[in-house]
Design a binder for this molecule. Structure first.
Ligand code: UDP
Length: 246
């Protein structure tokens, strides 16, 4: 798989179909997949644990338009966004055919089971190995992991928000192998019908961040990470042009 480097974080040069095939290639092998947006890549510049988790994944996909734009600013090309939720639902369709089970971890109590119901309505034949909410205390983490392992899933949706989900996957992927883990942010809320996605047009215009900000105004501080990351990228590019030794 071709990868580009975005300020120390590798991102797969993949469109949605290629990303689905790459996840399928990991089934039965193990590992974890991250779905960074610009906010996460900015956070990784200051959070060594998140950075290490993103560097240790099987691959990362460009969840947000900011990542595609950052690549362009660095003179690199990505085929486009691969939203984590689109990747997950496309993989679910394959799992429904093959009969391989999926486990849903994350979101507030009650959400994962509602997401499981809606997913199985959408993909009859899909085997849900189990689900668990994402608000367990640190001391219960090993027990949750053990329960996931006992249910023998092929794929685990890890929707604990960032950086919690990336740190969780980096810590437990080997124990849960050969299950594949995929980090999905707020996707279970959307799949459960609790939250809505940005309209497709806004997504195409690269404005999904504006939709999230409007629907969750308390995120304003986090939204500033997008211009911060792009500013950092522009600085790196400027330096590499003016100081080729760097
Ligand atoms: N969440 C969770 N456990 C936590 C904190 C958050 O399961 O300890 C869930 C939360 O309920 C939501 C998702 O993680 O479903 C975070 O969604 P968000 O869109 O904020 O994702 P992020 O941008 O943080 O990746």
């Amino acid at each position: 798989m071709d990868r580009i480097d975005l300020l120390g974080i590798p991102v797969g040069v993949l469109d949605l179909d290629q990303a689905v095939a790459a996840v399928q290639g990991l089934l039965g092998v193990g590992g974890y997949v991250c779905t960074p947006n610009a906010e996460m890549l900015e956070a990784a510049q200051r959070h060594p644990g998140l950075r290490a988790a993103l560097r240790g994944s099987a691959f990362n996909v460009a969840d947000g338009f900011g990542v595609v734009l950052a690549a362009r600013l660095l003179g690199q090309t990505l085929p486009g966004r691969v939203p984590g939720i689109d990747l997950f639902t496309a993989v679910l369709a394959r799992l429904a055919q093959s009969g391989q089970p999926v486990y849903l971890l994350g979101a507030r109590p009650g959400i994962a089971s509602r997401a499981a119901d809606r997913i199985t309505d959408e993909h009859p034949g899909l085997n849900i190995a189990g689900h668990h909410h994402g608000y367990f205390p640190a001391w219960a983490e090993a027990e949750v992991v053990q329960a996931i392992g006992h249910s023998r899933p092929a794929l685990v949706a890890v929707a604990l928000g960032s950086p919690k989900q990336e740190l969780f996957m980096a810590k437990w992927a080997v124990d849960l192998s050969p299950a594949v883990l995929i980090g999905l942010g707020g996707s279970l809320d959307i799949l459960a019908g609790e939250a809505s996605r940005a309209p497709p047009l806004l997504g195409r215009l690269g404005l999904e961040w504006a939709y999230r900000l409007a629907s969750q105004p308390t995120r304003w501080r986090r939204t500033l990470a997008l211009p911060a990351f792009l500013g950092r990228v522009i600085q790196v590019r400027w330096r590499s042009r003016h100081d080729p030794d760097q």
